[in-house]
Structure formats: C-alpha cells, structure tokens
Design a protein around this ligand. Structure first.
Ligand code: AMP
Ligand code: MG
Length: 350
C-alpha cells in the first residue's frame, strides 16, 4: 500500500488534508494522527471491519481493546450505556485532554472495537488537529497508539513512518507530542473509580475531583497473586526497545559509578546506551549513546522524551541499555510504569 504523508501545522490547520483524512476513515481506511499524548492509529470506531484492520496493521492481539476518540462531550451518549455523575465532573476538569474513561458499552459500538468486552473506553483529546480529524471522520475514531505492537509508542511523525509506512492509507504529521505518554485510564463502571493505567492526569489530580480513587492492584504492584490487569493491554510486553534494558536505582553517585563500571569493563563488542537526567549526562562518557532525559525538575520534558529515547537506542543498534530511575513527584508513576515494562521488570538496586 502507498501511504500518503501529510504535514499539518496545528496553528494553521489545512482543512483540505483533514477532509481527505476524514473521507479515508469514513470509507473504512486507516489514518495515523497526532494527539497531545502519542500518535494514534485511527479508524471508524463503529465499523467492525476498520477495527479488524487496526489490529492487523499493528500486529496487535484482538483481545486488546481500542479507545474510542470523540470531539464533543455529548457524543458519549451515543456509545456509553450509563454515564455517571463522576464522568461529568472529570470531563469538566480534564476534557479535552489526556484522560480515558471506561463506561458500559452501547450496542452501537461493535465488539471488534472493544476487544470483546461489554465496556467501552472513551477519550476526548485536546490536540487541535486530532479534534478536526475526529469531526471529519464522523465523530467516533477508534485509535490505539500508532506503533507496531510491543514497540515504543510514537511521539513524532517520523516514529509513525518507521512503523506504519506501507501499512495504512495516510499519516498526518504535526510534529512532536507535548505529553508523550499515553492517557490515564479510569474505570467508572463499578463502585469506586479505579485507575487502570497511570498517565499525565495523576492520582492526586483525580482525587481532587472524585475524593476516593482506587488503583488496579495488578498494575500498581499490590496484587496478591497473578490477578490479570483490568486494562487488557497492561498484560502485554510493551514499549520495548530491541536492546536488553536495566533500570538502576539508588543514590545518584552510586548509580553513576555502577553504570560507569559496566561501560569501562565491557569486553565484547556490545554497544551500550544510557538514559540519564541532564545533570548526570557528563558522568557516562564512553557509552555509545547517552540520551539526555531532561532536568529532574522538568517532569514533562522527561515524559515527552521517553519513547524517542528508546527508539534512538534502537536506531544506534544498542545491545545493552542502562536507565536511571525517573521517580518524579507528579508524573513519576506514569513514567516508571512505562520504563519498567520497557525493561521487562529488570531493576537493580545499588
Ligand atoms: P493504546 O490505545 O495502545 O493506548 O491501548 C488502549 C488500552 O486501553 C488497551 O490496551 C487497554 O489496556 C485499555 N482499554 C481499552 N478499552 C478498555 C476497556 N473497555 N476496559 C479496560 N481497558 C480498556
Ligand atoms: Mg499502545
């Protein structure tokens, strides 16, 4: 398939491109588009054939449900069976924005879109290009992240090209995503609202609106034994670079000297990459690549650089990756959730 590649300036949106993209989706095709979190791989959420194509293009298991993206609040009444008061409170505060809410599913949403579940995940993104694209596509766009399943999510048009060129009808490139981590997911279908995936909208922010909030024990490390996560995607290997990755946790000096030791003592020809905060970058001289993850007091910078850092290591054919821990106050939970999965839970305390 020949993939059409278009650049759209969010500050001056070319509606000819948006209309063309909308027509592709309405005709059952797929278009990758920018959002404030990561790039999405969009198809018509109400067309089962489109959802099947999304799974195929990503190589994603079809029991892993898609998020339905809308461009106005009232659209939720067409797809969600019950909309509790909490949803309105959360929408007032965080929509449009990086929050996904889970509701009961209306029959208008095919089971192909929800991975067979009787619930539906809904998000109203804030990115101006995403909003216009969703409207032009009929108002309901099913979209997972626009990466090959298992790889780091795309946060730039170039990342999408790497994974999706030749697999979908069109890519809309609007530069880098401002947040760079997937949306927070909150389940509103039973009892106390429960966070199923951490993201930019933090536990503290959710509590400020809802009072009480629970966290899925299978995702936040408190599960008793082998209980599966309630967001099905969280059970899969995710966000993974090709190299073997280790997170090194401890005081800054100890972490630097541990990783330095690994760099200095390597014997084979393995290529080593390091993910480090700006302050520590000079400490890792001798590594094949040192990715500057931003200053520790700038969490959003670290978040938005994470997936690009992992892809850069792949681009440099890195065999072994060491990462510092980025356990920052507000976004640390979301950043570390991705990093730990990228490292396959490989963490060393020094
Ligand atoms: P992605 O679009 O790649 O960010 O993945 C979307 C994720 O949202 C899935 O992998 C699931 O973990 C989660 N999700 C989507 N729909 C539901 C749902 N109905 N119930 C629980 N989790 C969901
Ligand atoms: Mg994804």
């Amino acid at each position: 398939m020949n993939t059409i590649y278009e650049t759209v300036d969010p500050a001056d949106i070319d509606m000819t491109v948006i209309r063309k993209a909308g027509d592709i989706v309405s005709d059952g095709g797929l278009v990758a588009f920018p959002t404030e979190t990561v790039y999405g791989l969009g198809g018509d959420a109400l067309n089962p054939e489109s959802s099947r194509k999304i799974y195929e293009a990503k190589g994603r298991p079809s029991d892993n449900p898609l998020i339905v993206h809308i461009a106005e609040f009232d659209s939720i009444y067409d797809i969600a069976a019950d909309v509790p008061l909490e949803a309105k409170l959360l929408a007032d505060k965080f929509w449009p924005g990086p929050l996904t809410m889970i509701f009961g599913r209306k029959p208008s949403v095919p089971l192909e879109t929800t991975g067979g579940l009787d619930t539906v995940a809904v998000r109203f993104p804030s990115h101006p290009v995403a909003r216009e694209f969703i409207k032009a596509s009929g108002g309901f766009v099913a979209a997972p992240s626009a990466n090959i399943s298992g790889r780091p999510s795309p946060t730039s048009g170039r990342h999408v090209m790497e994974d999706m060129d030749g697999r979908i009808e069109m890519i809309i490139d609007s530069g880098e995503c401002s947040i760079g981590l997937e949306s927070t997911i909150i389940d509103l279908t039973s009892g106390v609202p429960m966070i199923l995936r951490p993201g930019y909208v933090s536990e503290r922010m959710l509590k400020s609106v809802l009072g009480e909030v629970a966290k899925d024990p299978a995702v936040f490390g408190t599960a008793v034994s082998g209980q599966p996560p309630r967001a099905p995607g969280m059970k899969y290997r995710h966000y993974a670079p090709r190299g073997v990755m280790t997170i090194v946790s401890g005081d800054a000096d100890d972490v630097i000297s541990y990783i330095r030791g690994k760099i200095d003592s390597r014997t084979g020809g393995e290529r080593i990459g390091v993910l480090a905060c700006s302050q520590d970058v000079p400490g890792y001289e001798g590594a094949d690549i040192v990715v500057d993850m931003g200053r520790t007091d700038n969490e959003i910078e670290t978040a938005s650089r994470l997936y690009d850092a992992l892809r850069r290591c792949d681009g440099e054919n890195i065999d072994v990756i060491y990462s510092e821990e980025f356990d920052t106050p507000e976004l640390g939970m979301a950043i570390m959730n991705r990093l730990i999965r990228a490292a396959g839970h490989n963490i060393i305390k020094v």
